[in-house]
Design a protein around this ligand. Structure first.
Ligand code: BEZ
Length: 238
């Protein structure tokens, strides 16, 4: 029990309001999440500056930033280091690193200084079983109303998959926009899952094929077509 208590971490969960904080970043002071209310936010953490995996991830976030912006999503990074270290690291990335076709990469989204791990602790990014001083690679998806909608954690040794981060963001927005759920490996253009039948009568009707455009594998697993164009029209409307 004592060991369990020592290892317990304060972790916000899916459905919680994103914990608020004020922080110094490489783009000035921010109040999170209120400065970005009305936008989706991806808050992601790194163990430390000047580390190899983090560098590849930072370059990828910066290179793909426009894809996130097109989905009304603000990127906010955190690394357990101080502001001057952050500035030196970002300058080094821009001036020296030529990696995987990415070079001259300028990071223009905020990178939070969190040497005291105040924000990292608030978000359960410090996981003492792994490290007492370095954040794991957390990705928090926070919606326009500042509610946490999805969380992905990776260990220090494994870089994130950016296609999956973008797919998850599109999936969350599509579920909201169309009132559907998304099956395994869904991507825009693939069939979506309609809400389960809420009564025996509705289940029977579904199985009789009475709902237009709905295909049922069985009464509880029914899908419909939702074209890539329709999804993208909704997601990229602004
Ligand atoms: C990295 O980002 O490369 C890294 C950070 C902490 C531990 C191991 C690797």
């Amino acid at each position: 029990m004592e060991q369990q208590e020592q290892n317990s971490v304060n972790m916000p969960r899916i459905g919680d309001k994103a914990p608020a904080f004020t922080a110094i970043t490489t783009q000035g002071k921010i109040n999170f999440p209120t400065d970005f209310s009305g936008k989706w936010k991806i808050l992601f953490s790194h163990p430390a500056d000047f580390t190899p995996v983090c560098t590849t991830e930072f370059m990828t976030f910066a290179t793909r930033q426009k894809e996130f912006e097109a989905l009304n999503c603000q990127l906010v990074g955190l690394s357990v280091d101080g502001l001057f270290s952050h500035i030196a690291w970002l300058r080094n990335i821009k001036e020296k690193i030529d990696y995987n076709g990415m070079k001259d990469v300028e990071v223009t989204f905020p990178l939070i200084e969190d040497i005291k791990m105040e924000v990292a602790n608030k978000y359960g990014m410090i996981q003492p079983g792994d490290s007492e001083t370095k954040a794991v690679r957390a990705v928090f998806f926070i919606d326009t109303k500042d509610i946490i909608r999805a969380i992905i954690y990776y260990p220090a040794s494994l870089g994130r998959n950016f296609d999956e981060i973008l797919r998850a963001l599109k999936g969350l927005q599509t579920a909201d926009n169309f009132g559907v759920a998304l099956p395994a490996d869904w991507e825009p253009g693939k069939d979506v899952i309609v809400p389960p039948a809420g009564s025996c009568g509705a289940a029977k009707e579904r199985m009789q094929g009475k709902e237009e455009n709905v295909h049922c594998y069985d009464w509880y697993l029914c899908t419909k077509k939702l074209s890539k164009e329709t999804v993208e029209d909704a997601l990229y409307k602004s």
